[in-house]
Ligand binder design. Sequence first.
Ligand code: ATP
Ligand code: MG
Length: 430
Amino acid sequence: MKTTGVKAIRGMRDILPQESAAWQHLEAVVAEVIDAYGYREIRLPLLEKTELFSRSIGEVTDIVEKEMYTFADRNGDNLTLRPEGTAGCVRACIEHGLLYNQVQRLWYRGAMFRYERPQKGRYRQFHQVGLEAYGMDGPDIDAEVILVSRRLWQRLGLAGQVELQLNSLGDSEERAAYRERLVDYFNAHAGQLDEDSHRRLESNPLRILDSKNPEMEPLLSAAPALLEHLGQASRAHFDGLCARLDAAGVEYVINPRLVRGLDYYGRTVFEWVTDRLGAQGTVCAGGRYDALVEQLGGRPTAAVGFAMGLERLVELLAADEADSRGTSSAQVYVVVGNAALEVEALVLSERLRDEIAGLRLSLHCGGGSLKSQFKRADRSGAEIALVLGDAEWARGEAAIKPLRGGGEQTNVAIDQLAARLRSLLDLRSD
Ligand code: ATP
Ligand code: MG
């Protein structure tokens, strides 16, 4: 019987070696920029109790209604693969007392899981970087969080490609009053609602504003806007944020229809959107969620944060730089001219890695003819082949052969090798 191979789960992608350079670059820049603002990394479990998410994200949201990977473990406990990071972060902060009489600036990165229809920019396992700030209730910290993201776009060369959209969802009373106003409006135009919106009218009418159905467009653009019904304090908060963004030279568009897919947001909400990724255009989304910590059993604590989707950012970066950076390919490939020198080659390779900081050296393993070894050296992307041959070795030498752009093979004394390679590769000495 012929067996067929096991394939990956739909919507769960492998990130292959040719893509990983772009990921590493993105992750390094993210860590550096966030670090510059004094945020510290927190690492959280992938699995949490299901109720953590139903209590925080909201029972009638897309995520909790239909996107969670939920199962009973062997003990019968109801667990869920995290669909987002904020709930787990808040849980950890409460559990470890990180919020008592102190502010926290935290960030995390890692895989998230949502059972969605896979398409470009939308996967079932995807990766986010999230940033959360606790214990600060003013627009100053909202502005800071946005500035972190802006600096990131600048550092990644994406500044011209993303647009900041901003809105306020008010406080819970303002939202409740607005909700009624909105339901009245939609009921008065019930004939123009699509099926999805009819369903949401009862459960989550604000989400109707988020509909991507073009036929709903006229109805939605004429809908009442929460931004026009804010109380004084919410209005002042929003104006304070806008003033700070203006002062820092951050451009933004006020989008009164911007709501978020998670229930816990209030007051500031924002998204960074690009038109270069088709329908999946939001690369970073966030806002204020002052009610969540208390909702999950902690003391009332102001909170604001964002999450960005790394797949979409990698996609944007790749659109810019079609060729991969190739930072991880080898610089030097060691060709072993005689099998009798395999052990010497191994020891010499280790020594060169010790002596040359930052050197990327591949040692040929598995034997084979010189011709086949040079073929692999070429494919490795290395600039230089280091060839160990019997005659040279006996004289205490090895050969250096440039692999790109011609150049003669030269013999170099073994104890001069590190210096020569360093200068050829333009590397600093350690
Ligand atoms: P969308 O409207 O695209 O479904 P969302 O509102 O569900 O987004 P958030 O929960 O705010 O998304 O997540 C923050 C970011 O994470 C998104 O802006 C996006 O960049 C990314 N993201 C969310 N879901 C996915 C997914 N299934 N695949 C890839 N990236 C995702
Ligand atoms: Mg979604």
